[in-house]
Design a protein around this ligand. Structure first.
Ligand SMILES: Cc1cc2nc3c(=O)[nH]c(=O)nc-3n(C[C@H](O)[C@H](O)[C@H](O)COP(=O)(O)OP(=O)(O)OC[C@H]3O[C@@H](n4cnc5c(N)ncnc54)[C@H](O)[C@@H]3O)c2cc1C
Length: 470
């Protein structure tokens, strides 16, 4: 609980409408898109400018109050659940698109700007900001930066870290740090811009960012390839890339996901298909045509029983929207949806999906898998019911084994959703004790009293590694 005096000080900074401590407000900010995690904050403060952020941080620093920065709370790793109380700092009031610099091909914005709004604004000028998380119509760019969000275009265009070139951040003690800018080249000292990308709100509060833009591709073509089983789909992924074609999008849905998505979106997906690849290529018209024809023939050679080309922009949009709706569609099946983010080198895609299916069977849990096949980034998603503790225990055991399997194949515990609190116990499995030590040193240099998003990234205890013999 914050004292009445502290609440008065915070209210004086942001105004009465933006400092909230009514029970219903605290409840609304006690959870995010991650199931199984919830904790009430002591207050929610929503600043309207970097100066207000700095003033709030100074108070929090003086009184050692935890600060949990929050965009739209759409993260999937419990990254904004205030599990140690304190202040939830809502950044979505600061949402100005400050500049699109067409000569430098950069844009500068506040952290609360919604990702899709930036897409619309730059695309109207023939420019392109590629990172496109499935949540892009709700997520903020501040949240994308703090998670290093990926998306459907990651294979060809990279992820958030490949575009952010400048930042302003307010540090734990209220000082302002400005790093990077519009320069295409800048190697003056450590790359603090990249350090902030993916820092999950644990190093400072991002109050402004500059991203590089690229020219908007001239056109795009979208197709589906339908397979009886996942092996043909996975082999197609490897062969497409081995033949030196990098599609803009190369997404995978297993049979269970196809069924649920079709039931949700009603766009005529064949529910009997064992696996589906959704493929998009963009660029000059002749290159799109050539690549899509080549991709279709590779898929057929690898056993696709059907390939379908979207005939117009409406069909193409329906396919992409259906893929982006996969999580929402799956969430309708059972009360609790646990979506994970295991990632492997793409040549191990088929093996990883097989492992996931075996593990789901072993623990009698209901797991569908979809994801960014071209990146080897899979989202095994478990439909369960958190009121059934015994089932939740089996779900946890299954995901532990899934992470273990991903690491055994040279992969990682998270490709794009971040560590947050839900995967903190597994981080050491991926980076080792030295990695943890170095990261903790960086954390302490920025935030000596560990007030910024405490409990995220670093666990009190590393999970014991499961030993699986196969
Ligand atoms: C349906 C659905 C689909 C999704 N698809 C994808 C996908 O394809 N790819 C992908 O990568 N993710 C995806 N996500 C996950 C999520 O949307 C992303 O992690 C997104 O970047 C979070 O943005 P947000 O504004 O909701 O941030 P939040 O959830 O509010 O915050 C995320 C993290 O950023 C920190 N943070 C937020 N703002 C700031 C700031 N200004 N300064 C410092 N730290 C800050 C928070 O403390 C937290 O650690 C999906 C989620 C859903 C629900």
């Amino acid at each position: 609980m914050l004292t009445a005096d502290l609440l008065r000080e915070l209210t004086a900074i942001v105004g009465a409408n933006w400092c909230l401590d009514a029970p219903a407000d605290l409840m609304a900010y006690s959870f995010d898109a991650t199931p199984l995690y919830q904790h009430l904050p002591d207050a929610v403060v929503v600043p309207g400018s970097p100066d207000e952020v700095a003033a709030i941080m100074k108070i929090a620093y003086k009184h050692r109050i935890p600060i949990v920065p929050r965009g739209q709370g759409s993260n999937l790793s419990a990254g904004t659940v205030p599990t140690q109380g304190g202040i939830v700092l809502g950044l979505n009031r600061m949402q100005a698109l400050k500049e699109i610099d067409q000569e430098n091909m950069t844009c500068t914005f506040e952290p609360g700007l919604v990702t899709a709004k930036l897409h619309q604004a730059v695309e109207a000028l023939g420019l392109f900001y590629p990172p496109d998380p499935g949540s892009m119509t709700v997520s903020t760019l501040g949240g994308n930066i703090a998670e290093c969000a990926g998306g459907l275009r990651g294979l060809k265009y990279g992820v958030t870290k490949d575009y952010i070139i400048g930042l302003e951040a307010i540090l734990a003690d209220g000082r302002t740090l400005k790093v990077g800018g519009k320069n295409a080249k800048d190697v003056a000292g450590y790359d603090l811009v990249k350090l902030f990308v993916g820092s999950e709100g644990t190093l400072g509060i991002i109050t402004e960012a500059t991203a590089k833009l690229i020219p908007l591709p001239e056109t795009k073509r979208t197709m589906l390839a339908l397979f009886t089983d996942l092996t043909g789909a996975a082999r197609s992924v490897s062969r497409i890339i081995a033949s030196r074609i990098i599609p803009a999008t190369l997404e995978f849905l297993d049979n269970a996901t196809i069924r649920v998505v079709e039931d949700f979106a009603r766009i005529g997906l064949p529910v009997e298909a064992g696996a589906l690849l959704l493929i998009q290529q963009d660029g000059p018209e002749s290159i799109c045509e050539r690549d899509i024809a080549r991709i279709a023939s590779i898929c057929r050679e690898e056993g696709a029983f059907e390939t379908r080309l979207a005939q117009n922009a409406a069909e193409e949009a329906a396919l992409m929207t259906a893929r982006r709706a996969a999580l929402s569609a799956l969430a309708r099946k059972k009360p609790t949806t646990v979506l994970e983010d295991a990632t492997v080198p793409r040549k191990h895609l088929a093996e990883m999906v097989e492992q996931i299916n075996l593990i789901a069977k072993k623990y009698s849990v209901d797991i569908c898998t979809f994801g960014h096949a071209g990146d080897g980034n899979l989202h095994p998603t478990c439909m369960c019911d958190e009121r059934d503790q015994e089932e939740i225990h089996r779900v946890e055991m299954a995901f532990e084994e899934i992470f273990e399997a991903a690491l055994r194949l040279g992969g990682t515990i998270t490709g794009e959703h971040g560590v947050g609190e839900s995967k903190a116990g597994y981080l050491e499995w991926r980076v080792g004790p030295t990695g943890i030590e170095v990261m903790k040193g960086i954390k302490s240099a920025f935030d000596p009293h560990h007030l910024l998003n405490p409990g995220k990234i670093f666990a009190r205890e590393t999970r014991r590694r499961v030993v699986v013999r196969r």
